[in-house]
Design a protein around this ligand. Structure first.
Ligand code: NDP
Length: 444
């Protein structure tokens, strides 16, 4: 059995009941075969794949808080510090009832390669809790966030581990967590990113993941003789990534016609009204039925269905494994020629394979959604300098980073004989830098 297969087997045996983590490790390691085969003796002796698939540490803790009725609630908090070979751990905090250690490990593992791809000095980590901010009052959210930070503060710091937002963790949650960290530690430092502008946040961080997704997609299309202008785009999700992906797609002349949340989806053939979507989701924190009620051209459907709409480009921006094989078949049948992942691992392995076999340009999340973490790293730089850059400056840097990421993965795919396979390209380009740093730093 080859080294890659041995390590995949070992990871599955050592981490039972963590299917998302198994899936991420399989997807990454299988696409690293060309590099691993070229360096097998060295990597085996150094146990490089065993080390890179084992987190530096996993922290799990109790998060007790009191709800508005005076009842004590208990959630579980996690922080997985996966790999700091190239910089302090960096990765978001997910607040969603589905959160468990396997999901945090899959996200932390992917984050290592994503962060490396940005070419900025940041290692990989991820965290979160099974707490659901939906339907909670601001006071309840604050009580949870303070209790979460009462434990997390021991393990994080501006040069150590710098968490950020993710599903369920937006500016409100980051603000409460930052306030509690400051109170406990008595230091004012850039320990979290995604902060508000009045206390160390970066302009363009809110827009960064969605905008970055479109910058990378634009470059991928350009290098394949195509264009966003005039194209119909299917988007899933209605959160931070989806909203700003829709906004940038429109600025580039595309026409996004769908969005979704966990209960239903919108088809709006006139094109999504971003101002209305922001009002419903960012201000009212309401369901998409309110969007449909306010917009005569929109149709609301319960459940899933975004990928059944005829489109040229698909941008999955909600959550993991939301685009399966049947969805991929529907997209291909409807003439879709490009899929770029705004969410983390939204496309299943079978669906990815089907899309690639059918010549659909496919940009994997660890490259396509890296604009968020890249801009978080720019926020860290501004905090260290005690300066704030303008929106245009950050946006220009973001665009440069995304264009550069695309060319790095395109080059890596070509170098190893897989031209056009951006999954292989992203994994190899992200891996090589981390692997070299780990080898240089000895057994640690
Ligand atoms: P938000 O919480 O802002 O939005 C998530 C959206 O996806 C919401 O519309 C939500 O619907 C929907 N959703 C969440 N879980 C499910 C589910 N199980 N089934 C169907 N729909 C679901 O999160 P973000 O936009 O920040 O994140 C979206 C994705 O992008 C995630 O995979 C995240 O890891 C990834 N990402 C985010 C970055 C960022 O900067 N924010 C950076 C890089 C990646 P509802 O409101 O009903 O819950």
């Amino acid at each position: 059995m080859g080294y890659v297969d041995e390590v995949i087997e070992r990871v599955i045996a050592k981490n039972p009941g963590e299917p998302e983590f198994h899936q991420a490790v399989k997807e990454v390691l299988e696409s690293l075969r060309p590099v691993v085969e070229a360096n097998e003796a060295l990597y085996r002796r150094e146990a490089l794949l065993e080390r890179i698939t084992e987190p530096d540490r996993q922290i799990k803790f109790r998060v007790p808080w009191v709800d508005d009725k005076g009842q004590v609630q208990v959630n579980t908090g996690y922080r997985v510090q996966f790999n700091n070979a190239i910089g302090p751990y960096k990765g978001g905090l997910r607040l969603h009832p589905s959160v468990n250690v396997g999901i945090i490990k899959f996200l932390g593992f992917e984050q290592i390669f994503k962060n490396s791809l940005t070419s900025l000095p940041i290692g990989g980590g991820k965290g979160g809790s099974d707490f659901d901010p939906k339907g909670k009052s601001d006071r309840e959210v604050m009580a949870f966030c303070q209790s979460f930070m009462n434990e997390l503060y021991k393990y994080i710091g501006a040069d150590e581990d710098v968490p950020a937002g993710d599903i369920g963790t937006g500016a409100r949650e980051i603000g409460y967590m930052f306030g509690q960290y400051k109170k406990i530690r008595g230091v004012y430092e850039g320990v979290l990113t995604g902060k508000g502008l009045s206390y160390g946040g970066s302009l363009a961080r809110t827009e960064a993941t969605g905008y970055g997704l479109l910058y990378l997609t634009e470059e991928m299309l350009k290098c394949n003789g195509k264009d966003i202008a005039g194209k119909t785009i299917a988007v899933s999700g209605a959160g931070n990534v989806a909203i700003y992906a829709i906004q940038k797609a429109q600025q580039l002349g595309g026409k996004p016609v769908t969005c979704s949340d966990s209960t239903g989806w919108i088809y709006d053939p006139e094109g999504i009204d971003v101002a209305l979507l922001k009002e419903v989701k960012e201000v009212k924190r309401a369901r998409l039925t309110e969007y449909a009620a306010a917009r005569p051209s929109a149709q609301y459907h319960e459940g899933k269905g975004v990928w059944s709409v005829k489109c040229d480009i698909a941008l999955p921006c909600a959550t993991q494994n939301e685009l399966g094989l049947d969805d991929a078949k529907a997209l291909v049948a409807n003439g879709c020629f490009a899929v770029a992942e705004g969410a983390n691992m939204p496309t299943t392995m079978e669906a990815t394979k089907y899309l690639q076999e059918n010549k659909v340009l496919f940009a994997p999340g660890k490259a396509a959604n890296a604009g968020g973490v890249a801009t978080s790293a720019l926020e860290m730089s501004q905090n260290s300098e005690r300066l704030s850059w303008s929106f245009a400056e950050v946006d220009a840097k973001l665009k440069g980073i995304m264009v550069n990421i695309f060319h790095n993965l395109d080059d890596a795919a070509k170098k190893y004989g897989h031209a056009g396979d951006y999954v292989v390209g992203a994994n190899i380009a992200g891996f090589e830098k981390v692997a070299n740093a780990m080898l240089a730093q000895g057994v640690c």
